[in-house]
Design a protein around this ligand. Structure first.
Ligand code: DOR
Ligand code: ZN
Length: 406
């Protein structure tokens, strides 16, 4: 048994916990606030094929340092996770890497919808957390950009009661604007090429499909006012539509290109800061259900390439909770709502089993984000230099204590 003493509940009341554990031990957690182990519904941990950017040793370490004990990993690897065999191979690699890292991180995998392998969904549905549909191209070449395949995926998923998670950006609109901007070397043009209507058009289409087939739909990385309006009315209509936003869409805006250059390039892109208030309002009124880090590491050298060759995405799993806790100190959000967005609501949507994972947080710990201290293999953060208040100190997975000692 593991006995935790001296900790505080989210309300600030003293709380003692006894958890099942291999060894018998006591953890003195004086003054630390106890959160459930967080669940990140959206990560790209890069195995297989892109282990130069990240692997499950470094990513698992990054996850626990961020307070996360469960992650849902995306299929845009090399090769992409689009067949039952590739799914099993990926699982075996992850299993091995986590065993070597000695971190019993909980994880689930998304399956990639791919035109040539749609029938594979029938072979894997019981073994995956959902089907990921890239309606527009992003990192890798997974994309479903024709209506016939989209209808097939939504129909098949509904029949299997499988959740469809969409990267909602309209591929035809992106291509058109890429032609117009083919000569640009300006990183900030990324937000113009993949502008707001690119996202709203795809969200509208995804909602129509969910309505037609009664598919459970999860809309990833919502970033604009118009998407929120569509989601709000879909929910009001009674459709099973869930929405996620990301820390970078909440805490960065398109002004960030000036300092961050290629590091600010992400899909969907950073937006005008007018969207921030709408995202926060949507967090408070329940239009937004979850926050996913969309942890998408690329090397600094890759992000330094000119626009057009610079890959999209940024790491995030280590800074999401401290960013949210800093927002809590600013009076923007309650601790209870943070836990719903990063744990309980995610558990409900994805029907995950309850566990005995916890994270002990020092709500007053103040630390400046420092690239050298990050565990992610890419070793940089778009939030480097920011002073954040509230950091995890211990993470407990299945009775195993990880002292995050900074
Ligand atoms: O910016 C992004 N990066 N958006 C995505 O959809 C994919 C991700 C990645 O895998 O790098
Ligand atoms: Zn992603």
């Amino acid at each position: 048994m593991l006995h935790i003493t001296g900790a505080l509940s989210l309300d600030g009341n003293p709380i003692e916990l006894t958890l099942p554990s291999q060894q018998s031990s006591e953890l003195h957690a004086e003054g630390l606030t106890i959160f459930p182990g967080l669940i990140d519904p959206h990560v790209h941990f890069r195995t297989p094929g892109m282990e130069h950017k990240e692997d499950w040793h470094t990513a698992a370490r990054a996850a626990i340092c961020g307070g996360y004990t469960t992650v849902l990993d995306m299929p845009n690897t090399i090769p992409p996770t689009v067949t039952a065999e590739l799914l099993q191979e990926k699982k075996a690699l992850i299993h091995q890497q986590l065993a070597e890292a000695n971190i019993p991180l909980h994880y689930e995998l998304y399956f990639g919808a791919d035109k040539k392998h749609l029938q594979e969904i029938h072979r894997v549905w019981h073994d995956v957390i959902g089907v990921k549909v890239f309606m527009g191209c992003s990192t890798g070449n997974l994309v479903i950009d024709d209506d016939e395949s989209l209808h097939q995926v939504f129909k098949m998923a509904a029949e299997l009661n499988l959740l469809v998670a969409v990267h909602a950006e309209d591929e035809a609109m992106i291509r058109k604007r890429q032609v117009k901007f083919s000569q640009t070397k300006k990183y900030s043009d990324h937000s113009i090429i993949r502008h707001e209507a690119v996202a709203a058009t795809a969200v509208l289409k995804a909602i129509q499909l969910a309505r037609e087939y009664k598919t459970r739909l999860y809309i990833l990385h919502v970033s604009t006012i118009d998407e929120l309006a569509l989601i709000q009315s879909a929910k009001a209509e009674g459709l099973t539509v869930y929405a996620e936003t990301t820390p970078h869409h909440l805490f960065l805006h398109e002004g960030a290109y000036v300092d961050l250059q290629g590091k600010a390039v992400v899909n969907p892109p950073l937006r005008h800061h007018k969207h921030h208030q709408a995202l926060w309002d949507a967090i408070h009124d329940g239009t937004i259900d979850t926050i996913g880090s969309d942890h998408a590491p690329h090397l600094e050298s890759e992000k330094a390439r000119v626009y057009g060759e610079c890959p999209s995405g940024m790491p995030g799993i280590e800074t999401t909770l401290p960013l949210l806790l800093t927002a809590y100190h600013a009076g923007t959000i309650s601790l209870q709502r943070i836990v719903e967005l990063t744990c309980t609501r995610v558990r409900d949507i994805f029907k995950l089993e309850p566990n005995h994972d916890y994270v002990l947080v020092d709500l007053r710990k103040t630390k400046v984000v420092n690239n050298d201290e990050l565990q992610t293999k890419c070793k940089w953060s778009a939030f480097a230099g920011r002073k954040l208040i509230g950091w995890p100190v211990y993470t407990i997975i299945s009775g195993q204590i990880f002292d995050l000692a900074y």
